[in-house]
Design a protein around this ligand. Sequence first.
Ligand code: G3P
Length: 218
Amino acid sequence: MKFFIDTANLDQIREAQQLGVLDGVTTNPSLMAKEGITGKENILKHYVDICSIVDGDVSAEVVSTDFEGMVKEGEELAALHKQIVVKVPMIKDGVKALKYFSDKGIKTNCTLVFSAGQALLAAKAGATYVSPFIGRLDDISTDGLNLIAEIRMIYDNYGFETQILAASVRHTMHVIDCAKIGSDVMTGPLSAIEGLLKHPLTDIGLEKFLADYKKGNA
Ligand code: G3P
C-alpha cells in the first residue's frame, strides 16, 4: 500500500519524506488555507515546492465546478510539474473532466467520494485515483472502511485500474484496516503514519538490551 501524506505543511511533508516511506502528497483547498497559502500565484508555487520535496504524485485540487473551468485549471496545474495529479470533485462536470484528462494522459484524483456508485463512475471515466473519505463517513455513523471493501470488490470484479486512495484517514487503525482490505493507497496525517511505529514491548525490550550491553561493557 502506498503512503501519501494529507497536508500542505512543508515541514510535515519533509519529515515524512525523511522517514523514507512516503509515496506522495494530497492537498485540498482547506489544507492550503490552514497553512495560510492564499492567492493563485502562491498556491501554484506551493505545489511546486511540495513537488521538490517528494518523489511521488502530488494531488492539486481544482476549484471550478464547471467542465470548462476544471479543464482550464487542471491543464494549468498539470503543466506546473510532472508529479502533479489533478484533483477533481465527484460531480457531473467532474466526471466529464476526468474523462477529458484521462484521454489526454493527465493523471487525476476523483475526490469527495462517499459511495460505491460514485467510485464506479470515477473508474469508468478513467480516474487514476478515487478518494473515498472514510473518516467523514465514520463521523456520521456510517462504516467508512466498508466502502473501501465494496470499491475493492467492484474494481477487482472488472479489473479497473483506478487506484483506491483511502482519504480522510484519521488514525493508525484506519491505516492498518485499509491495508487489510487491500486499498492501493492511503492518505493521512503524519501522526497516523508515526503511530505504526509504536509498541510498548519495543520500548521495554530496547531499554533492556541497552541496559544489558551497558552492564557488560562498563
Ligand atoms: O484527503 C481528504 C481529506 O483531506 C479529508 O480529511 O480529515 O478533513 O475529513 P478530513
